[in-house]
Design a protein around this ligand. Structure first.
Ligand code: KIV
Ligand code: ZN
Length: 386
């Protein structure tokens, strides 16, 4: 039977941990609204104890964004968990996500805790969170480098304490697909109570294997995938959610899984995240890169003109890229201008739109074809005047 895979978006938490990225509450709200439109199941809105700004952003998203679970991250300390709850209390579907590391490297050098102390901390944290919300996620940080017997004991303890989601992070992107699939299979088999909870994976991309590892885990029975739009995040980033979603869809013959994602919103979400974080998307990036559906070689162009599927395994329309890619110039009207901006992830109000349109017309008088980069520069300038 076709399985439903839950998509957990951490663009606003782990994604925002990308070096140099800092979003304010208004920007986080814009992204959260778009993530809800995209149809992700969970938005991890931030780490409320980390800073007053993070707390405010989580609270604003919890208050406003509906139809989606809103999660807040907390270490196992009661102070973290209490702050997470304060930030989340107005959410329609709140989730507290608590975590502690389980690898010996982290226990010895970072936490300076014994294995028994980690087990006690995990149980106490899940119980504390459970006093506030019914939906509690527990993550074993650095799970993929943890000793399996100990990891299984920690996970069993978290489930017995009331966790509803168990997350297996490949925190440092160390796993390789075959091994990670076996690891997930072993956890499913060995951990008592696993059949009652959702088993999740959270892969980082240090070896460029995050998508492969996430898909291998899904094939081995994982029911939730965590990641970020455009794959942003610590170091080499988190798994790129749009790539996972499109791989599950395009190769549904292999996975027999669905997600709740409205794929036509993918491109717009990618542009919005790139614009607001200031992190460009590499041109050859799968699914959302500028060249992802561009055909340069004559043989390829000829093939695609005769029959699109000769060189395209996905229809660009499916990810929200208009096939004809209208060129904007001095004869273009306000409607085409606004539509193109919407595709690029901008939702401008009347006054902003008028000003941006005026600047577009001035530029179009001097330059024949207006590119997406020109449009982005115009809008960025209009929205963020110096
Ligand atoms: O990478 C990681 O281990 C994390 C956890 C906090 C889930 O981001
Ligand atoms: Zn992470």
């Amino acid at each position: 039977m076709t399985r439903r895979i839950y998509i957990f978006d951490t663009t606003l938490r782990d994604g925002e941990q990308s070096p140099g990225v800092s979003l304010n509450t208004g920007e986080k709200l814009q992204i959260a609204r778009q993530l809800a439109r995209l149809g992700v199941d969970v938005i991890e809105a931030g780490f409320p104890v980390a800073s007053p700004g993070d707390f405010e952003a989580v609270r604003a998203i919890a208050r406003e964004v509906r139809g989606v679970t809103v999660a807040g991250l907390a270490r196992t300390s009661f102070h973290d968990i209490d702050r997470a709850w304060e930030a989340l209390r107005e959410a329609e579907q709140p989730r507290i996500h608590t975590f502690i590391a389980t690898s010996d490297i982290h226990l010895q050098h970072k936490l300076r805790m014994s294995r028994e102390q980690v087990i006690e901390a995990a149980a106490a944290a899940v119980r504390r969170a459970k006093g506030y919300v019914s939906d509690v996620e527990f993550s074993a940080e650095d799970a993929s480098r943890s000793e399996p017997d100990f990891l299984c004991r920690v996970l069993e303890t978290a489930i017995a304490a009331g966790a509803t989601v168990i997350n297996i992070p490949d925190t440092v992107g160390y796993a390789v697909p075959g091994e990670f699939a076996r690891f997930i299979g072993e956890i499913r088999q060995r951990v008592a109570g696993m059949e009652k909870v959702v088993l999740s994976v959270h892969c980082h991309d240090d070896l460029g294997l995050a998508v492969a590892n996430s898909l291998a885990a899904v094939a081995a029975g994982a029911g939730q995938v965590e990641g970020a739009i455009n794959g942003i995040g610590e170091r080499a980033g988190n798994v790129s959610l749009e790539e996972v979603v499109m791989a599950l869809y395009t190769r549904r013959d292999q996975f027999d899984c669905t997600t709740g994602v409205h794929t036509e919103e993918i491109y717009r979400t990618s542009r919005l995240v790139s614009n607001l974080t200031g992190m460009p998307v590499q041109p050859n990036k799968a699914v959302v890169g500028k060249n992802a559906f561009a055909h340069e070689a004559g043989i390829h162009q000829d093939g695609v003109l005769k029959e699109r599927t000769t060189y395209e395994i996905m229809n660009p329309k499916m990810v929200g890229i208009s096939q004809s890619s209208l060129v904007l110039g001095k004869h273009s009207g306000r409607h085409a201008f606004r539509d193109r901006l919407a595709e690029l992830g901008y939702d401008l109000s009347g006054d902003e739109l008028n000003k941006a349109f005026g600047r577009f017309k001035n530029l179009a008088d001097k330059k024949k074809d207006i590119t997406d980069a020109d449009l982005e520069a115009i809008v960025e300038d209009e929205l963020r005047p110096v």
